[in-house]
Structures are given as C-alpha cells and as structure tokens.
Write a protein that binds this ligand. Sequence first.
Ligand code: BEZ
Length: 188
Amino acid sequence: MSANTLEVNRTRFRFDDQDAVWLFGYGSLIFKADFPFLERRSASITGWSRRFWQGSHDHRGTLEAPGRVVTLIETPQARCQGVAYLVSPQVFEQLDFREKNGYLRFSTDMTFHDGNQTQGLVYIATPDNSAFLGPANEREIALQIATAAGPSGPNADYLLHLAESLRSLGDHDAHVFEIEIHLRQALK
Ligand code: BEZ
C-alpha cells in the first residue's frame, strides 16, 4: 500500500447523520491537539499495543533518514491508554492530511476512565504501508530517534513529549519508557 492514505481515508467512513464522533489518540494526538474538540477524556482500547514501528519521513524525519513514530499493533489482552476527543466530522479532513503518511482510520470500541464505553475512530498504520519499519529493540529505536528530525521538529521531542504525557495519564508503557531511558543517555 502506498504511504499516502489521504484519498483512501476520504472514502472510508460516512458521517451522514453524526454531529460529533469520538476519536481515540495514542500518540501525537495526546500532546498535540491542534484541532477543535468538544470534549477530551482519558480512555483506553483493548487488543492493541503502542509501538514505535512506523517510519516518519514527513513529520519527524526525512526520506533519507526516517524517524520513528507510533502505531498500534494487534496484541490480544493488551490495553493501550490514551485520550479520546469528541470532534465534529469535519476535523477528520484536517487529520487525514496531518496523518497521511500511512495511517488509515479504523472503527474501535473505547473505554473511558469511568468505565463507560463508546465507539469511535482511531488512526492505525498497518504493516502493509510502505513507510512501516517494524520491530527493532528499544535501544536501536532510541538511537534512530536521537538523530532524526523533520518538518515537525526533532524525533526526540516527539518521544519525550509522549513519555511525559503518558506519565501524566498515570500510564506505564514499558516500550515507550525503555526507549526514553536509552534516548536520554544518547542525548547526553
Ligand atoms: C494518535 O495519536 O492517535 C495518532 C498517532 C499517529 C497518527 C495518527 C494518530
């Protein structure tokens, strides 16, 4: 699949009679909400793990030296903590453009902090997209992140912001926090 998912996403969901849609964010959407929203709530989804397995050559890296950003990988029993935003359907046009480097919208169930559940959408970069990098150990990932930078800034800022935001949510994501330790050493 081509990395540019802009056109595919436009045809994926119809929001005919919906005034507002829940969007689950597990990566940059947690700390960079540059879109209007009606409500923001701590939430989680099950069956998925957050992994720095997606290449970024349009935000946190370049074609020659891609950065690494998060996607979700199917993992039975796992729970991924993040943030849910209630947004108007128009917001997806803006987000489809921002996340056009391999991310497709999927429907998902999500659970709010208070235990209530709802359905919404989530952006996932699946392994068949051409920017997908796949697994590497946490130290290797940190070393790649330490040197990558793109139009949205240093890849290191992305990881450090995400780790800080997850701590604020009370989450302990072992994958992210281990990369953070190696990254802080590499940046010294
Ligand atoms: C997110 O934070 O949910 C997100 C991450 C990457 C692409 C799109 C959304």
